[in-house]
Design a protein around this ligand. Structure first.
Ligand SMILES: [Zn+2]
Length: 315
């Protein structure tokens, strides 16, 4: 009797249509997207993430369980084929609503974006490019010079939140008020956090550093930092010996104060570059894979990120 009642109530929950149900199934490609989605979707949906901890979007293939997650989702958010190439085929075959942030942003890029990029043009920008990988290794990762790591610029993170809000309202119009409120709270908190970080990092604009892969250009530009170079443009390729010795020479010459490794990749190359110099090393996770996906998650990510920079770049 009890069991029967339980079963029938279970069945009822199963058959409530998506728009009326509490549970909207949202799937995100990588943790940063999940963190931003968690800010906007609080109380509406608990967004899942495909990429497991320790994995990099540059080197990943879908497992059967990932394909199942894609099939079950109502709404899917990803950056685009420039970053998560492994999703391209599967997403072209799903019935879910799929949104690519790069594609969405391209639409309204021309007015606002151009002005924004100019405004934040770093005085160090020219010298950055000299130390990046040579151009024949340039192909896949940076389509037309676009850095796909959008979330590392808070201005783009806010645009991503806006895209998530609008897509969720379309699929679950009964949650519109909550989604708008979440977004507004996120926007206000982010603006405040951004200004705090701006002054937190301002003293370090002349402290040079080297990163593992070329993921940080948007953060570097936004906060006017001095990135001297990256070991690799595309982490799925091995860096050339010549490039590494140039990078090591640059570290010595320009007295870089810090080299950042990433938890998704071995730090052995960075140790080679650092050996025999006084340069400091620190780990920087561009994917924020240790951050809990809940309200405040992206702000926590940005806070941690800025903290790692401050600690490694200071005297
Ligand atoms: Zn990357």
């Amino acid at each position: 009797m009890h069991l029967q009642r339980l079963l029938s109530s279970l069945l009822l929950t199963l058959f409530i249509p998506v728009a009326g149900a509490a549970e909207l199934k949202v799937l995100t490609s990588i943790t940063p997207v999940q963190l931003i989605a968690s800010e906007v979707l609080a109380g509406v949906s608990q967004p899942e993430v495909l990429l497991p901890p320790g994995a990099s979007p540059h080197q990943y293939s879908l497992r059967p369980s990932d394909v199942r997650k894609v099939k079950q989702a109502d709404l899917i958010f990803w950056i685009g084929p420039e970053l998560e190439r492994f999703l391209e085929k599967t997403l072209s075959k799903t019935d879910a609503t799929v949104l690519s942030f790069l594609e969405e942003e391209e639409g309204h890029q021309h007015e606002g974006e151009a002005a924004h990029e100019d405004e934040h043009e770093s005085p160090h920008h020219d010298s950055d490019e000299n130390l990046l990988e040579s151009s024949q290794e340039h192909d896949e990762h940076d389509h037309g010079g676009i850095d796909p790591h959008l979330w590392l610029d808070p201005v783009h993170a806010l645009e991503m939140a806006e895209i998530i809000r609008d897509a969720a309202i379309k699929v679950a119009p009964n949650k519109q008020a909550l989604l708008e409120q979440n977004y507004a709270e996120f926007a206000a908190a982010l603006l405040e956090k951004d200004q705090l970080i701006m002054s937190q990092l301002a003293p370090f604009s002349d402290r040079g550093f080297v990163v593992f892969h070329d993921a940080y250009s948007r953060f570097v530009k936004h906060y006017n930092l001095k990135q001297l170079g990256a070991v690799t443009i595309n982490p799925s390729r091995k860096a050339g010996a010549k490039h590494l010795s140039e990078l090591r020479e640059a570290v010595i010459q320009s007295k870089a104060v810090c080299i950042f490794s990433e938890p998704q990749f071995s730090g052995s190359i960075l140790k080679t570059i650092a050996s025999g110099t006084s340069v400091r090393t620190a780990e920087l996770d561009p994917l924020g894979q240790k951050i809990k996906p809940e309200k405040g998650a992206y702000l926590a990510f940005l806070t941690d990120f800025a903290q790692v920079f401050e600690e490694c770049l200071q005297d």
